[in-house]
Ligand binder design. Structure first.
Ligand SMILES: C[S@@+](CC[C@H](N)C(=O)[O-])C[C@H]1O[C@@H](n2cnc3c(N)ncnc32)[C@H](O)[C@@H]1O
Length: 268
């Protein structure tokens, strides 16, 4: 006999398990994992709670829920994350792109046609690829100190059909650009244990930690930049004043929650 359960039954098993594991958005997570396994939009689950779940799909969902119970991020379990208007492949080699980082893209969108932009610490390629997707007239390049992150960025560029110049490099290339964008690691080393498990257990340390006050990679980048080079640097809100102090004519932009998130200025 073929045992078939329903979406409602599967959700009523998954949601309490995720809640008990401390997942903050248990229902949403369960729906995302399930919708992907069933290859339907999440709204379909809500509209059709009686929809059948085959034993094979139930096994896939069960395995995904087990991973989420261990607090693996949903994006790593699904292997992808949306960022602005593109969908990116992500795995444990790269940071999961965050909504606040879209501010770096928005700043670069203000550049005139044909301007050159370089994304330092590109990770999955999120910033550079989203920018190239929206502004194919710009000359966009990107680099990362991590060879495995560059592999992910290359796979994303190929999948999106975007031609992005990528290189493995620590710090800034020795060329000039109209604007350098950087979401470098900025978590202070001592803050790591206080981060949620999704981050501290699963995201790459090289993408997170920035030394005693979190600002070592940003300071190194600014020190490498030629006099007058324009930089847009993402940081945590409490680091805004310290980042402004590194630059000439700094202006800090706020994210959608009103927090100081990206500082734009010139190297001096
Ligand atoms: C916070 S992650 C950001 C990834 C991506 N830009 C994003 O916003 O999703 C920082 C990235 O910088 C890279 N990285 C760390 N130190 C670096 C350095 N000194 N030079 C270049 N890349 C660096 C890491 O490998 C990681 O991919």
């Amino acid at each position: 006999m073929t045992v078939v359960s329903s979406v409602k039954e599967a959700l009523s098993a998954a949601v309490p398990a995720l809640e008990a594991a401390g997942c903050e958005s248990a229902r949403l997570d369960a729906e995302l994992l399930m919708a992907d396994a069933l290859n339907v939009d999440r709204s379909v689950l809500v509209a059709h709670p009686g929809m059948a779940v085959s034993p094979a799909s139930a096994r896939v969902i069960g395995e995904r829920v087990r991973r989420r119970v261990a607090r693996e991020p949903v994006a790593y379990i699904l292997g992808r994350k949306g960022f602005r208007h593109i969908d990116l492949l992500v795995d444990s080699r790269v940071l999961i792109p965050r909504p606040e980082t879209e501010l770096l893209v928005e700043i670069a969108l203000e550049l005139p046609a044909g301007a050159s932009v370089h994304d330092v610490g590109t990770g999955s390629g999120a910033v550079a690829l989203a920018l190239l997707h929206e502004r194919p007239d710009l000359r966009v390049s990107a680099s990362d100190a991590s060879p495995s992150a560059i592999e992910v960025a290359r796979a994303n560029a190929a999948r999106l059909g975007l031609v992005l110049e990528l290189e493995i490099l620590s710090g800034l290339p020795q060329r000039s650009f109209d604007l350098v964008l950087a979401n470098l690691p900025y978590v202070a080393d001592h803050e790591l244990p206080a981060l949620v498990r999704e981050i501290s257990r699963y995201e790459p340390r090289q993408a997170l930690l920035g030394g005693a006050d979190g600002l070592d990679p940003i300071r190194d980048l600014v020190a490498q930049a030629a006099l007058g080079a324009r930089l847009a640097l993402e940081h945590s809100p409490h680091q805004a004043a310290a980042v402004r102090a590194l630059l000439a004519a700094p202006v800090t932009r706020r994210d959608l929650s009103g927090r100081e998130r990206v500082t734009v200025g010139s190297a001096r």
